[in-house]
Ligand binder design. Sequence first.
Ligand code: GTP
Ligand code: MG
Length: 318
Amino acid sequence: MTQKEYPETEKAKITVFGVGGGGCHAINHMIDSKLYTCDFVSADTDTLVLKASKAEIVLPIGTQLTHRLGSVISPDIGARAVQESQSEIKAVLQHTDIVVIVTYLGGGTGTGALPLIAKYAKDLGVLSIALVARPFNSEGKLRMETVQRVLKDIHTVADCTLIVPNDKLLTTVPKSVSFTEIRAQIETNLQQIVETITSLCNVPGLIGVDFADVKSGLGRSAFVGFGVAAGVKRAVQALEKAIINLEEDGPVLDKSSGVLLRIAGSSELLSLVELEEITTSLFERLTNENAYLVVGGYLDDTLGKSLRVNLIASRDQY
Ligand SMILES: Nc1nc2c(ncn2[C@@H]2O[C@H](COP(=O)(O)OP(=O)(O)OP(=O)(O)O)[C@@H](O)[C@H]2O)c(=O)[nH]1
Ligand SMILES: [Mg+2]
């Protein structure tokens, strides 16, 4: 199948903005996974992190305040670093339609910076998605309390907040899985979320969707689910797995105001019947009849015999 190339002007400009050590690390992973349909920016108070960055734009923030040595786990310093570097940050934001701000909450820089960056985006009329990893409970009560407080600020200013709870992973993997593997899984999840958003906006797939659809399908807070399956019933099974993953902490679909659905399979195997099956079956699960369902089907030969379903389900409240 040949796919139409859209003229540049029809594409939404998406910037994925990593902030803080974990956020910048996640951006490197996305670049390694060859996500091409967005621009990458890495910002931090820590020179060592920025030296390791693979992003095309690398922004040292708060250099006068922190002397490039990090924030010593103080969100207040993270926020002040952003204020010091606001003109550079705004210069990046004003050329974009959507910014996905990626942060691991729990440190100083990313946690303090994110609400302000989202505010600058809002002031510039840029759609802002806060994509955050929440720390493990074992990282301490104090850290968690700070994160909960900052999350309230993020919710009020970002157009959509997407939380990837690290602890959820711990309940689903065997005890023998190493810390490094868990970290890699978190990075893969973040990459899949960004890929879902960027491909629905910008990659011509088997079904025509665009930036306006994505905007309509996103609500104030969003939850994610992933499912992969192979075999004759792979379409329904991949969807079921994605829904189970989405609803591990409780029902989500029944309250959803919109769902972004990304379906991918190899060019040899992915069929229109499968797209229909998944879409119809998901639609039946949405009790809100006004829920906005955005479906994209994509060919990906790296998937072999597997079919992949990614779900981002939104609510209008948090
Ligand atoms: N999964 C994963 N978690 C990370 C990584 N780096 C940091 N974290 C976690 O993310 C949280 C925030 O840490 P950082 O991103 O380093 O914090 P920061 O925003 O740079 O803030 P400061 O270093 O305090 O200025 C902590 O809970 C870390 O355990 C990473 O590469 N992968
Ligand atoms: Mg740091």
